[in-house]
Ligand binder design. Sequence first.
Ligand code: C5P
Length: 308
Amino acid sequence: MSADAEPEPELVRVRVPAKINLALRVGPRSEDGYHPLVNVFQAVSLFDDVTAETAPAGEVGLQLVGEQPGVPADEDNLAVRAARLLAAEHGDPGLGVRLTLRKTIPVAGGMAGGSADAAGALLACSVLWDLDVQPDQLTALAARLGADVPFALLGGTAIGTGRGDVLAPVLSRGTFHWVLALSAQGLSTPRVFARFDELSTPAEEPLEVPDALMEALRTGRADALAGVVGNDLQAAALDLRPDLADVLERGRRLGALAALVSGSGPTCAFLCAEESAAIDVSTKLGREPAVHAVRRVHGPVEGARLIS
Ligand code: C5P
């Protein structure tokens, strides 16, 4: 705790973005069960809000706003685990908090929604409890909670290596316009990685991100970016969900510059030349029976931030 004389806040609200993987290169499974990754993340304008309120000592409560099938509302929720980890490592295990998650990031959608909630809980609780914790210490805790959690804190555009959790920001100019096609059913990330293991014999050579991708980001050119985005998990996701291949194809035909599965799926991401093209693609894609819902987003946006 800091010795600051300012009164502690009773309610802290944090907004956290979803991510798209512009490139996801996956190596062979390691002995610890994880896969070495090279991952280019972009944070996009689809957000979960995490609210932290004071609660009696030792109580870590969780409330979900709206219907959130498949999201655990107990100790298994990554946001609750984040709050408990932060209290144990940098505060006092007896600290209490009441967390509320207002979710718009699709659940089990390949957009790191659970990771976003954990990142939001770390930031919100560190402010609520007035902890003397540095950004790099929060990032270290984030990595212990999940491979995508550090990026949800950082935002923007970044390369992740290791399990995807060792981050370096990437220079990116301008704004990219995306349409997201959401599925009614989620996909389990471990299941997609397991299918990846069954389907592929990944090369042992070092994983790399094409220079052309870095150049496209530096210049902000969507047409150049479209030629170099790629996801090594896509074949596994399509094998488990063959219907997604039609969704990708439909988006391409409607004029998207590129179509790819986001992370482990099943959300499909369509890169568009400009905002007007994205409006057109989202309107038409939204009428497809195979598409549960569409969202129009842009990126990059900033990572977890306080909004009150
Ligand atoms: O780190 P996180 O808990 O988000 O990962 C979820 C699951 O995805 C892991 O349990 C593992 O099965 C798989 N995974 C992997 N290799 C990575 C990251 C995740 O196999 N680098």
